[in-house]
Design a protein around this ligand. Structure first.
Ligand SMILES: [Cu+2]
Length: 122
């Protein structure tokens, strides 16, 4: 079945990320690139489930980036979060974002409009 192959590929990607030091070193949160996305773009914050390494981040990022109307994607396995910038006139549906994450092999817990709130310091 297709999904089994996908899972195997994901496991392979994960173990690769864990063993490759170059890959692991770059696991800092991806900075927002100012001026790269369209001025009209608005943020949507996705709370995700099941991401555990940089390989997962890349898988989700690729899947979300492939959606028409998505300008920019930033994924963090540490925060279990993806921030997607979309142009409102492209009418990207939340279900489409969910489906893309699911297709990549992960789950969406919730989707909120806007950028993520700053983390509370305890
Ligand atoms: Cu992973």
């Amino acid at each position: 079945m297709k999904i089994n192959n996908l899972s195997r590929a994901l496991v392979a990607a994960c173990s690769l990320a864990l063993t490759a030091p170059v890959f692991a070193q770059s696991s800092k949160p991806s900075p927002k690139v100012a001026g790269k996305r369209d001025a009209c773009a608005v943020a949507m914050t996705l709370t995700l489930k099941g991401l555990h390494c940089e390989g997962c981040e890349m898988t989700v990022k690729e899947s979300l980036s492939a959606i028409k109307g998505v300008e920019e994607v930033s994924v963090s396995a540490k925060k279990q979060q993806a921030v997607v910038w979309v142009c409102p006139d492209k009418n990207v549906k939340q279900d489409t974002l969910k489906a893309a994450v699911k297709k990549a092999g992960y789950n969406v817990v919730k989707i909120e409009k806007g950028e993520p709130k700053p983390e509370k310091k305890s």
